[in-house]
Design a protein around this ligand. Structure first.
Ligand code: PLP
Length: 466
């Protein structure tokens, strides 16, 4: 605390950084007792945000880190709109419904104008809703047959954590196909080994978190068709299209992974990933309205009208949905294809350059027919001079602000450590070139200063996989 005489040197005219309020550290653990000048508090909070990584250099995230001015303006205009108050903000509700139909059309739903779907806060919530609908449909079918419905299971490849959450929160056994050798995604054979009468569905991912590859939805679909012919088991598919849902329709339209395949009953996607909406937008769409069990839909009438809702959250911001609609109108199919194809080209450029550096072997090179605009590599055996691990390499790149995650693969390839770059809107070719320069500097550094105690997975900084 300043002495009285010291305090008297402060006045309302003070420069922010010469003010009384910023002359000591701000509270961290106790609820503040008094008011403060908004100008000073704003400066302090803004300055604290500087310590976060620079999101544009965060090559770990799949999420949007660049938006245009119009989106900022729309977000500002809609800061007061609550997505759940559909009666109070009917136009925002209408915009959400239009987005659902446009997405259903993008995914080739048989009747896009009448499908059911909704916005969510992201793919995780959307996955919970898709998973719940699968569980409900399976249970109704089992009960109608007079069979037990207490041991549901679900089959997937290496999934994002949201599916582990779904399985645990909603009591479903997760049959996650382990990796084997160079097979780092699911295969139809491995799916068939795990299917039984208690399987609520199979969940392939279009854009696996770990390697960025598309899983073979159509081949799995065909295998399930054959299974049905042989055994009568009718197993539905939910596709986790968190990334691929907004990529394949524009950049690989011939891949059949969506509602063109009759077994695909629902799909989730993240609007805030390749949908190019700001953070907080996800979508889930059912093939036909009848694929969403009506017991899961609540009719809310105490807000004025009578509105159906299916969501885990109640209040939720509307701005992201409005921005999503803006993107659809602004870009159209052509605009999305241009942006995403530019990202694919940059990913392929990076893959070629990184392969040329020497110590690295590319395991995914950003091929738009095989996965998302991203790349992943591993360290060649014996190739590295300097004794570094990919964790050390990632750590070194951090000193220039780049966040390039290194992580080990899931079971049974925990031995395989990979590093990955996501190329998103705003990761330009020029920026990619600057990253390559920094990679060369990092390798030179390790050559001159060999690593005596390489970083282990446990010591390395954790990266998100979203
Ligand atoms: C990102 C991601 C999720 C989770 O999505 P959020 O929008 O972050 O909730 C789920 N599945 C896959 C394949 C993802 O890439």
């Amino acid at each position: 605390m300043k002495s009285k005489t010291a305090q008297s040197q402060f006045s309302g005219l003070d420069d922010v950084y010469a003010s009384l309020e910023l002359s000591s550290s701000l509270p961290r653990f106790k609820f503040p007792a008094h008011e403060r000048d908004p100008r000073n508090v704003f400066a302090a909070v803004r300055d604290e945000l500087m310590l976060d990584g620079n999101s544009r250099q965060n090559l770990a995230t799949f999420c949007q880190t660049w938006v245009d001015e119009e989106i900022r303006d729309l977000m500002n205009l809609s800061i007061d709109k609550n997505m759940i108050d559909k009666d109070e903000y009917p136009q925002t509700a209408e915009i959400e419904a239009r987005c659902v139909h446009m997405i259903a059309d993008l995914w080739n739903a048989p009747d896009a104008a009448s499908t059911m779907g909704c916005s969510t806060i992201g793919s995780s919530e959307a996955a919970m809703l898709g998973g719940l609908a699968m569980k409900w449909r399976w249970r109704k079918k089992r009960e109608a047959q007079g069979k037990s419905a207490d041991k549901p299971n679900m089959i997937c490849g290496p999934v994002q954590i949201c599916w582990h959450k779904f399985a645990r929160y909603f009591d479903v056994e997760l049959r996650e196909i382990p990796l084997e050798g160079d097979r780092l995604i699911m295969s139809p054979e491995e799916v068939l080994k795990r299917v039984d009468e208690n399987t609520i569905g199979v969940v392939p991912t279009m854009g696996v978190t770990f390697t960025c590859q598309y899983e073979p939805v159509k081949a799995v679909h065909e295998a399930l068709d054959k299974l049905q012919q042989k055994t009568g088991l009718d197993i539905p598919i939910h596709v986790d299209g968190a990334s691929g849902g907004f990529l394949a329709p524009f950049c690989a339209p011939d891949i059949e992974w969506d509602f063109r395949l009759p077994r695909v009953k629902s799909i989730n996607t993240s609007g805030h990933k390749f949908g190019l909406a700001p953070l907080g937008a996800g979508w889930v769409v059912w093939r036909e309205a009848s694929d969403l069990p009506e017991e899961l839909v609540f009719n809310v009438n105490y807000l004025g009208g009578n509105m159906p809702t299916f969501a885990l959250n109640f209040s939720r911001p509307g701005g992201q949905i409005i921005a999503q609609y803006y993107n659809f109108l602004r870009l159209g199919r052509d605009g999305y294809a241009k942006i995403h194809n530019a990202c694919y080209e940059t990913a392929q450029y990076l893959a070629a350059e990184i392969a040329r550096l020497g110590p690295f072997e590319i395991i995914f090179n950003g091929d738009s027919l095989k996965g998302i605009p991203a790349l992943a590599w591993k360290l060649r055996k014996q190739a590295n001079i300097g004794g570094y691990t990919l964790y050390d390499f990632a750590d070194r790149l951090r000193s220039r602000g780049w966040q390039v995650p290194a992580y080990s693969m899931p079971a049974h390839r925990e031995d395989l450590v990979v590093q990955r770059i996501l190329v998103r809107h705003g990761v330009s070719r020029d920026l990619a070139g600057l990253l390559i320069d920094d990679m060369k500097r990092a390798l030179d550094y390790f050559e001159k200063h060999p690593v005596t105690k390489p970083l282990s997975a446990a010591e390395a900084s954790g990266f998100n996989h979203g």
